[in-house]
Write a protein that binds this ligand. Structure first.
Ligand SMILES: [Zn+2]
Length: 307
């Protein structure tokens, strides 16, 4: 069933676990993620980025996710990820598809971010749609050499309090050292847990961790063994994800891990079955690998059995 982000995350906050938000671009990814949610009896957030909407269409993805959600007993949130373009967020709110939208005003001056987020929250709440907002620049620890530079770019706890009070947003994406993409760290995984604790202490709404893929070694190996050049890819360690959940993260965004699972499935199948031209057979193993990765995340985040 389709539900709002707020309902799923408030429950997660009370239960001290996190719900995965998985990015989709096509039918196969939606099917694979829903199969994982069924197997783990887990709530699930299905996210579409601006790029996914450009690739597959908002109505097309909306139709597929609504069908999947209606057929399932699991709580399913349909979420717009990283709406940087105000027009796109407004379009998503008006479309009738989404039960949650993210407005990413993190690159705007603080006051501008507040003003625009507040306006979109009012618009979305009239339609019972949740809003995730972002404060701070989501970039890796290594992007900032000094502690001062991190302070300037990572989420400031006091600012977060003011931001939430003035915007009324339902969830907040914070910057504590994760980054988007498959190359998050040169050395070991590292996050600013002190900052997370400080933010959690001061604010009372669910917190979101973006750029949280782990680049699992087994899936990465399948990719590399079959010609994919991602030797240097590195994600957030499982231990650090578990710690982030224990310190109060309630939504975790996963995109890169699904991409490498898809890539691994397709590459391996084609290498082992060069005579096959049937897209159903080529994409089947990719779906299975995505389901496997998503199930593992649901277990790690603690959402298993919660939906
Ligand atoms: Zn993100």
């Amino acid at each position: 069933m389709l539900v709002t982000l707020s309902s799923v995350l408030q429950k997660a906050k009370r239960g001290h676990y996190a719900v995965g938000a998985f990015n989709v671009n096509n039918l196969e990814m939606i099917q694979a993620i829903m199969a994982a949610a069924e197997a783990e009896k887990s709530p699930v957030i299905i996210s579409t980025s601006e790029g996914a909407i450009e690739y597959a269409g908002m109505d097309e993805l909306g139709t597929l996710v609504h069908l999947a959600a209606e057929r399932s007993k699991r709580p399913v949130v349909f979420h717009l990820d990283h709406g940087k373009d105000v027009k796109l967020v407004e379009r998503a709110i008006k479309s009738g598809w989404y039960t949650s939208v993210m407005f990413d005003g993190s690159s705007l001056p603080f006051k501008e971010n507040i003003k625009t987020t507040k306006r979109l929250v009012e618009m979305a709440h009239k339609k019972n749609i949740s809003v995730e907002a972002e404060l701070g620049a989501i970039a890796g620890m290594e992007d900032f050499v000094s502690v001062e530079a991190r302070d300037a770019h990572f989420t400031n706890p006091e600012q977060a309090v003011e931001f939430i009070a003035k915007t009324g947003c339902d969830a907040l994406a914070i910057a504590i050292g994760t980054s988007h993409g498959a190359y998050k760290f040169k050395e070991a995984s590292a996050l600013d847990f002190k900052r997370l604790q400080a933010i959690r202490k001061l604010i009372n709404i669910p917190l979101v961790l973006h750029g949280a893929s782990g680049i699992p070694a087994n899936v990465k190996k399948i990719c590399i063994d079959h010609g994919c050049k991602i030797e240097d890819a590195k994600g957030v360690s499982d231990a650090h994800i578990r710690k982030a959940v224990s310190l109060g993260i309630n939504k975790i965004n996963i995109d890169s891990d699904l991409r490498i699972a898809f890539d691994a499935g397709v590459r391996r199948f084609l290498a082992e079955n060069p005579e096959v031209i049937d897209p159903r057979k080529i994409l089947g193993p990719a779906k299975d690998l995505i389901t496997l990765v998503v199930r593992q995340k649901m277990n790690m985040f603690g959402s298993r059995g919660k939906g």
